[in-house]
Design a protein around this ligand. Structure first.
Ligand code: GTP
Ligand code: ZN
Length: 191
């Protein structure tokens, strides 16, 4: 994999001060967001956050993405760690397809049924860039912020130890409760 990486720069945010590095693979760019003390921590807290433009940027109430991102940024600013902003929109079906999936959800399909009806798997994400970022940042043991057991499985499969799982549980609302229930029931998410 041919990956270009940026220098490390400061990023002050309302959640705290971070250090960021961008990574470019083919036509996609990702971001590592590190706490200021990241390099001194032996076993950092890590979140691999999948891009959700509608949630992260627009504050969509259909999912729990923005709340999880905010939770993770606040957590690592306080406790020390890393958020990888993994640019695989819509579980990697892309924005246009995700909006088509939303249109099917408007007609009553759940998040998985909509993906399948469009000809995709329920989850098309590929985490190979995450392995490259872990190598670049020399991560061998982490504490992972997630509810998704397949993320833990993947990270262990690349020989990075997951010493602890921190749940990423946020407040639900009437728009996302069905989405979260579907993840729990059909995708094995831990709540
Ligand atoms: N295809 C599709 N993608 C969605 C939908 N809602 C959210 N997403 C995407 O799902 C991804 C987030 O995945 P989730 O299943 O919510 O959570 P996760 O990352 O697997 O697990 P956590 O680490 O616990 O948050 C983001 O890329 C979102 O853009 C949807 O209805 N359809
Ligand atoms: Zn979302």
């Amino acid at each position: 994999m041919n990956i270009e990486k940026s220098n490390i720069a400061n990023l002050p945010t309302k959640h705290g001060n971070f250090r960021i590095r961008a990574y470019k693979e083919n036509h996609q760019e990702h971001l590592a967001i590190m706490s200021e003390n990241f390099e001194e921590i032996e076993t950092p807290y890590v979140r691999v956050h999948s891009e959700c433009l509608t949630g992260d940027a627009l504050g969509s109430l259909k999912c729990d993405c923005q709340a999880q991102l905010n939770l993770a940024l606040e957590f690592i600013a306080r406790e020390g760690g890393l958020v990888i902003y993994h640019r695989q929109e819509g579980r990697n079906i892309g924005l246009l397809n995700k909006v088509n999936a939303y249109a099917l959800q408007d007609q009553g399909r759940n998040t998985i049924e909509a993906n399948l009806e469009l000809g995709f798997k329920e989850d098309e994400r590929d985490y190979s860039i995450v392995e490259e970022i872990f190598k670049d940042l020399k991560l061998t043991n982490i504490k992972l912020i997630t509810n998704n057991p397949s993320k833990i499985e993947y990270i262990e499969s690349i020989n990075v130890g997951v010493e602890e799982r921190i749940p990423a549980i946020t407040e639900l609302n009437k728009h996302n409760i069905h989405y979260v229930e579907t993840k729990k029931k059909h995708m094995g998410h831990l709540f």
